[in-house]
Design a protein around this ligand. Structure first.
Ligand SMILES: Cc1cc2nc3c(=O)[nH]c(=O)nc-3n(C[C@H](O)[C@H](O)[C@H](O)COP(=O)(O)OP(=O)(O)OC[C@H]3O[C@@H](n4cnc5c(N)ncnc54)[C@H](O)[C@@H]3O)c2cc1C
Length: 193
């Protein structure tokens, strides 16, 4: 996404950890989106499920109860910031200061529009179900949503205007971590991102 150059998505701290080419892969692998928005001057961050298809990398989908505050604000065109994180490992060091985490994360900036068309809603919801539950088939493993259920749900497509992706990899980088004779222990506890 060319808007990478705009200031709000430029990584200043550890710019060497920028991994813009991995952004779509991280969004496709993530489970929870932390959705940030402002309402009446108050910032909020709310955890949500989401849908993302790396074949259409500039859009991300959120849904919820039609009367929910978050979806109502997004549907009204409020700017939104969405973070998705994969935690790959816990990094322990011989120095307190150098304990860390291995991670891959993406921060997206965008605005939403409501998906009103019922056929489009079904397509996106079924793809989302497939993303979280690979192999589950509508009409075989579960019944399709009813028209009433779809009507009660607000589905929005967030057009991603800018994004940044950042990753930390590798072991601890404290001053004593490369020395196995130094006191203490050092290493990485791998986690399934
Ligand atoms: C992993 C995960 C996935 C989720 N997926 C979805 C989804 O796809 N769609 C959806 O609509 N909702 C989802 N939720 C619930 C979501 O987090 C919100 O509770 C819900 O969307 C209502 O948001 P709201 O701002 O409209 O609620 P409101 O009730 O208006 O929020 C009022 C206040 O309640 C508190 N609050 C709201 N939600 C939470 C929360 N989750 N944890 C702690 N405090 C909270 C906050 O202080 C917030 O300011 C998910 C939650 C989790 C943890």
């Amino acid at each position: 996404m060319e808007a990478q150059q705009q200031s709000r998505s430029v990584i200043h701290r550890h710019p060497e950890r920028a991994v813009p080419d991995e952004a779509a892969e991280i969004l496709a692998a993530g489970m929870v989106a932390h959705v940030g928005f402002c309402g009446d001057g108050q910032p909020f961050v709310i955890p949500m499920s989401y849908h993302y298809d790396p074949r259409r990398p500039d859009r991300l989908y959120l849904h919820g109860a039609r009367e929910g505050r978050l979806l109502q604000l997004l549907a009204a065109g409020a700017p939104v910031c969405i973070a998705v994180t994969l935690v790959d490992g816990l990094v322990y060091s011989r120095s307190a200061f150098n304990h860390s985490m291995n991670y891959r994360s993406v921060v997206c900036f965008g605005r939403a529009k409501v998906i009103e068309n019922e056929a489009d809603q079904r397509t996106i919801f079924e793809a989302m179900t497939e993303r979280y539950f690979p192999g589950r088939r509508v009409g075989v493993d579960y019944q399709p949503a009813t028209a009433q259920q779809l009507a009660a749900t607000l589905l929005v497509e967030v057009a991603i205007e800018e994004w940044s992706a950042k990753a930390r990899r590798g072991g601890p980088r404290g001053p004593y971590d490369a020395d196995p004779t130094a006191p203490g222990t050092a290493g990485v506890v791998p986690l399934k991102g």
